[in-house]
Design a protein around this ligand. Structure first.
Ligand code: ADP
Ligand code: GLC
Length: 471
């Protein structure tokens, strides 16, 4: 039994912008179900109503250098996990998690420094773990604070530090002048610590001070040690390769399961697929298409970011629209891709439907109602939607990178290697050809539906890692 404190910027059902929220909703709960004692620290954003929480610490001062941030700590028990929420309205009581209107908040350095430093105050006063497990750049300053700023504080002696990188493309880069504001010693502004091409790099600080580093698939653990996928940190990651491992994310089948999903038009399973047809009709109708059309539906649900391959999709769009198919896209994010996708739908109103929104219910409908699920990512640390798609009998078409490569094979889906519109189209055409062979298609669906990516196995890998660190 291990006592673990998770630190992160999002977790279901409190706050979510992408897969990080899914993971922090499910992994702590899976560990708790295996008998570990797990707590999580999050900011108390505006979208988390205070009325649902209990105040567990009043007037906690979180010191960054000479400034004390006045906070209260709230908590709620969620699936066997105590979730601590740091309430600091001037920092977190805002419209978005990280920004608004396409721009990051200018004080994100301070916002997430307070999260990291605050987590260590929680260690001091509310929950003393054996392991502090930080996720992504927003929690990465726990390392520098614990091992440098507070190095002489006996509270933290013996606590082991794990950092999970969910996406190396986001590092938390800020101008050098924030160092004193964050209460970080200028000695840390060195190439062997937080300095990165003249800027402060939060994630780098996390990588340097962690006792173990993980990322969310084995393929991505290899890829990030190469210049192509390393985002400038591949050298450091190679230097730390002895403590770097890949642990694949799981799927939370309590949320993503067509046998129980409350968001979809009808329930179905590998044994009885009838309901999937009803889900497709429902999706087609919602998109303004003919519900009785048997053309295959290709679905996409995604943050709209360069990482996700929308440039390829736009390049391939004219050719795709000429095929006998529907394309249904749910996404939000980069205004540039939002615009391009709106145009695409306007140009092909009979083939392409686009919904620009963050809409969990509709995400479930796309998973269930589509025949195929497209993820042409440039890179993909793990990717969860292709794993959900497998369970929904929605055959994934993915670029062979990172977790997409690790979770989809030729028995369950279609892959392409080259990052090119031609390769994408070729994979889609292979899928369309198989779709016409009903028997082969159904066999493929069923093989995917029977795959088991539940969190239990991944949680055991994390628990084994904690045990190794604790000796
Ligand atoms: P990433 O974390 O890079 O965004 P993942 O595939 O790991 O990618 O996880 C994405 C998660 O966010 C999934 O649960 C997906 O359903 C959800 N999601 C992404 N975009 C949207 C959206 N526009 N509306 C609703 N859910 C979304
Ligand atoms: C990141 C990655 C995604 C991964 C998710 C959860 O946002 O982009 O591939 O599945 O984190 O680990």
């Amino acid at each position: 039994m291990t006592k673990v404190l998770m630190v992160a910027s999002e977790a279901e059902p409190f706050a979510k912008s992408g897969g990080l929220g899914d993971v922090l909703g499910a992994l702590p709960a899976a560990l708790a179900a295996q008998g570990h004692i797990v707590a999580t620290v999050l900011p108390r954003y505006r979208c988390i109503p205070l009325a649902d929480l209990k105040r567990v610490y009043e007037n906690l001062a979180i010191w960054l250098g000479g400034t004390a941030w006045r906070t209260d700590v709230y908590s709620r028990l969620e699936r066997g996990v105590e979730v601590f929420l740091i309430d600091c309205p001037p920092l977190y009581d805002r419209e978005g998690l990280y920004g608004a209107g396409g721009d990051d908040y200018p004080d994100n350095a301070v916002r997430f420094a307070v999260l990291a430093r605050g987590a260590l105050e929680i260690v001091r006063r509310l929950f003393r773990p054996q392991i502090v497990h930080c996720h992504d750049w927003q929690a990465a300053l726990v390392g520098p604070y614990m091992r440098h700023t507070l190095a002489l504080d006996p509270t933290f002696l013996g606590i082991r530090l794990v950092l999970t990188i969910h996406n190396l493309g986001y590092q938390g880069l800020f101008p050098a002048k924030v160092m004193p504001e964050l209460g970080l010693d200028k000695k840390l502004f060195q190439p062997d610590a937080l300095e990165f091409w003249g800027q402060v790099n939060f994630l780098k600080g996390g990588i340097v001070f962690a006792d173990a580093i993980t990322t969310v698939s084995r393929a991505y653990a290899r890829e990030i040690q190469t210049p192509e996928f390393g985002h400038g940190l591949d050298g450091l990651l190679r230097a730390r390769s002895a403590v770097l491992t890949g642990i694949l994310n799981g799927a939370d089948y309590s949320q993503w399961n067509p046998e129980t999903d409350p968001f979809i038009a009808a329930r179905y399973s590998a044994e009885d697929l009838a309901g999937k047809r009803a889900c497709k009709r429902d999706l087609l109708a919602e998109c303004g298409f003919d519900p009785d059309d048997d053309r295959p539906v290709i679905g996409m649900v995604s943050r709209l970011a360069a990482q996700k391959g929308f440039d390829l999709l736009c390049e391939a769009a004219e050719d795709l629209a000429r095929e006998n198919l529907y394309l249904v896209i749910l996404g939000a994010g980069d205004p540039y891709y939002e615009d391009r996708l709106r145009h695409l739908a306007a140009e092909h109103p009979r083939t392409v439907a686009v919904r620009i929104a963050f809409d969990n219910g509709f995400a479930h409908k796309v998973e269930a109602g589509s025949d195929m699920f497209l993820m042409p990512s440039r890179y993909e640390p793990c990717g969860l939607n292709q794993i959900y798609s497998l369970r929904y009998g929605t055959v994934p078409i993915v670029r062979a990178t990172g977790g997409l490569d690790d979770t989809v094979d030729e028995m369950t889906g279609f892959k392409f290697a080259d990052y090119s519109a031609t390769a994408l189209l070729e994979a889609v055409r292979r899928a369309l050809a198989t779709y016409r062979d009903r028997e082969a298609w159904q066999a493929m669906m069923v093989r995917g539906m029977k795959k088991d990516y539940s969190w239990d196995a991944s949680a055991r890998e994390y628990a084994a890692l904690y045990q190794r660190l604790l000796g």
